[in-house]
Design a binder for this molecule. Structure first.
Ligand SMILES: NC(=O)C1=CN([C@@H]2O[C@H](COP(=O)(O)OP(=O)(O)OC[C@H]3O[C@@H](n4cnc5c(N)ncnc54)[C@H](O)[C@@H]3O)[C@@H](O)[C@H]2O)[C@@H](O)CC1
Ligand SMILES: Nc1ncnc2c1ncn2[C@@H]1O[C@H](COP(=O)(O)OP(=O)(O)O)[C@@H](O)[C@H]1O
Ligand SMILES: [K+]
Length: 557
């Protein structure tokens, strides 16, 4: 697992390194800027060839696009870059990038948003160094109003555009200055060729992955996403949370993390981690253990016509390695269930008394309630299940059943529980937290899905797994991780009915095997996405458990 940092955590790490005398801020900025150029050349090797233009033209560096015949006969022109620099250290990185490209023979235009006199010290040094190369630094606003520097034309004809306007320091709302920029240009940054964001696309809050809203009435700007749409984002030391949650991933394009020589991140409970490949030995079964040594899961089902969801969970629990799985079925669904199952077993569970009787078997060590269960049955059975103090997953109807009185549910939960809400279920259980999360942020750092999940876990007193392409998992002590289904792990085919039921089954199966709740939830979430990737497009929920053998083989289980 690698850390996903907030801006404040990154600043602490950077400051500690500077204070220790190991490195200066200026050196870090130089490494950051050079890291950006390195990542660009790795991404587009054709840009690394010095002095070779991609599309030759006859005019000066920034002339119009020539006719095809003229272009054919023309000498190669230098490659062109536009570098947009902001008022802080992100802008400082931009000046370094500009200088490095210029030294390699590129034609570089730098636009500064902000006052050169007020740049922070390291950024100021790099501004001076850039100016020493003869570069003109266009003040952004005068460019717009005088139409002097023709930023728009340059952006759309550049081979590369660097967004170094705001990085981790974006703190205020974007204000009227930025609104002017965007309205004057009606800038669709998605159409700009090779837009590379330094650290984070400007306008995206690096802690929350949210874009900061502006007051559209005050500025007269149409509503929209006030953030750059990058093709590549180059960040430093570690990825930030905003690269993996909310709309951040959609705006980052691809994320590359460059080492800038900072020491590893000290272990601290506040630091969130990205869930990575589980270790094979965790998932292996003991060569001598019998089936009961791998746990016995009980999955409660709904009534007639509503048993499919629980069967998906059961299949998931078995495939992930639970020794035995029993479906707890009401009388109305017994025939239906019997005609559908082979490896899972079934037992009759009529109501609260029925469940109490079944739970007298203490070998039933992991319970799953919710998938297809029906809210009425959930209201009756959840209290009995929770009173038995077994490892318990509550999903779907077992969560929605308590939307009128979430506090009653929280009072019964214990630390062996895992709640697995999707966005809708989260709102029902934690309406105030969801309201904070769904508020349109105007200031950074914005309240994030990580903040919301941590707060929910603390209130519930157990592990909460908040689903989505950016699944966030937290425990009551603040431990937190993100299972990112983005970039090379994008798994949009998981958005299919029943895939959440399989996830609940994976968690239940791992709990039965003795995994701790947080570890079960993290491992299951990672396996769930991996199964979707293994199958690929066309995936439906039934396919997910069937991919586990291949996934386990690849992991070396
Ligand atoms: N922290 C680190 O370890 C390193 C940071 N570096 C760079 O430094 C960046 C962070 O620098 P800063 O903290 O100076 O922050 P930024 O450069 O991201 O922006 C902060 C500046 O923008 C202003 N500002 C914030 N929101 C605004 C708004 N809505 N409208 C107008 N102005 C606004 C602030 O007053 C401040 O002047 C990183 O993203 C990274 O690019 C790198 O140089 C390498 C190392
Ligand atoms: N676009 C997506 N990319 C990756 N995973 C997704 C996406 N949409 C949904 N998921 C995952 O699919 C599962 C859906 O669960 P849920 O909404 O409970 O569905 P159901 O109730 O039909 O089983 C969750 O694990 C969620 O994280
Ligand atoms: K940026």
């Amino acid at each position: 697992m690698t850390e996903l940092l907030t801006a404040a955590q990154m600043r602490v790490i950077e400051q500690a390194a500077i204070d220790s005398g190991e490195v200066t801020g200026l050196e870090l900025m130089e490494r950051a800027g050079r890291g950006v150029v390195e990542a660009i050349f790795e991404e587009w090797p054709e840009l690394a060839e010095e002095h070779h233009g991609l599309t030759p033209d006859l005019a000066t560096d920034w002339g119009p696009t020539p006719e095809p015949l003229e272009a054919f006969n023309a000498e190669p022109r230098p490659l062109r870059a536009v570098v947009l620099c902001g008022p802080g250290n992100n802008g400082g990185d931009g000046f370094v990038v500009a200088r490095v490209l210029k030294e390699r023979g590129w034609a570089v235009e730098v636009f500064l948003y902000g006052n050169a006199e007020k740049l922070p010290p390291d950024a100021r040094v790099n501004y001076e160094r850039w100016s020493g190369l003869g570069g003109i630094c266009h003040p952004w606003l005068s460019t717009i109003y005088d139409n002097d520097g023709d930023l728009r034309g340059k952006l759309f004809s550049a081979d590369l555009t660097i967004d170094a306007v705001f990085g981790t320091g974006l703190s205020r709302d974007l204000g009227s200055v930025h609104a002017d920029v965007w309205s004057a240009f009606d800038l669709d940054t998605g159409a700009i060729c090779r837009l590379v964001a330094v650290d984070v696309p400007s306008g995206v809050c690096s802690d929350s992955g949210e874009t900061l809203d502006i007051d559209c009435r005050a500025t007269g700007v149409d509503e929209g996403l006030f953030a750059f749409q990058a093709e590549l984002t180059v960040t430093f030391h570690r990825a930030k949370l905003g690269h993996h949650i909310a709309v951040g991933p959609a705006l980052c394009g691809k994320v590359v993390v460059k080492d800038i020589g900072l020491p590893r991140v000290p272990a601290a409970p506040g630091i969130c981690r990205a869930i990575g490949e589980p270790l094979a030995p965790w998932l292996r079964k003991s060569s001598t253990g019998h089936k009961f040594a791998n746990g016995h899961a009980l999955i409660l089902t709904g009534g007639f016509g509503k048993t499919g969801a629980a069967r998906l969970s059961a299949r998931g629990a078995l495939r992930v390695g639970a020794g035995l799985v029993t479906l707890g079925v009401p009388p109305s669904a017994q025939m239906e269930m019997a005609s559908h199952i082979t490896a899972p077993m079934m037992t009759r569970v009529e109501g609260a008394e029925g469940l109490k009787a079944v739970l007298e078997d203490v070998r039933l060590n992991a319970l799953c309630l919710g998938p297809g269960m029906g809210q009425e049955r959930a209201r009756e059975l959840v209290p009995v299940a929770l009173a038995a103090k077994r490892a318990t997953v509550l999903d779907a109807d077992a969560l929605s059943a308590f939307s009128d009185e979430p506090e009653a549910l929280f009072a019964q939960l214990h630390e062996q529980c895992v709640l697995t809400p999707h966005g809708g279920e989260f709102v029902r259980l934690f309406p105030d937290i969801a309201a904070k999360l769904n508020e349109v942020p105007t200031k950074g750092p914005a309240y994030s899905k990580v903040d919301a999940t941590r707060e929910a876990a603390k209130r519930a007193g157990c592990v909460v797994l908040f689903k989505g392409p950016d699944t966030v998992i937290a425990d009551p002590k603040g431990r937190c991780s993100v299972n990112s289904a983005h970039y090379d792990r994008a798994a949009p085919w998981l958005a299919t009915a029943g895939s959440g039921d399989v996830l609940a089954g994976f968690i239940t199966g791992l709990l039965a095997r003795g995994f701790a709740p947080m570890q079960a939830a993290e491992t299951a979430a990672w396996l769930h996405v991996e199964c979707a990737l293994e199958f690929g497009p066309g995936l439906i929920a039934e396919d997910l458990p069937e991919q586990l053998p291949a996934v386990f083989r690849k992991l070396g289980v």
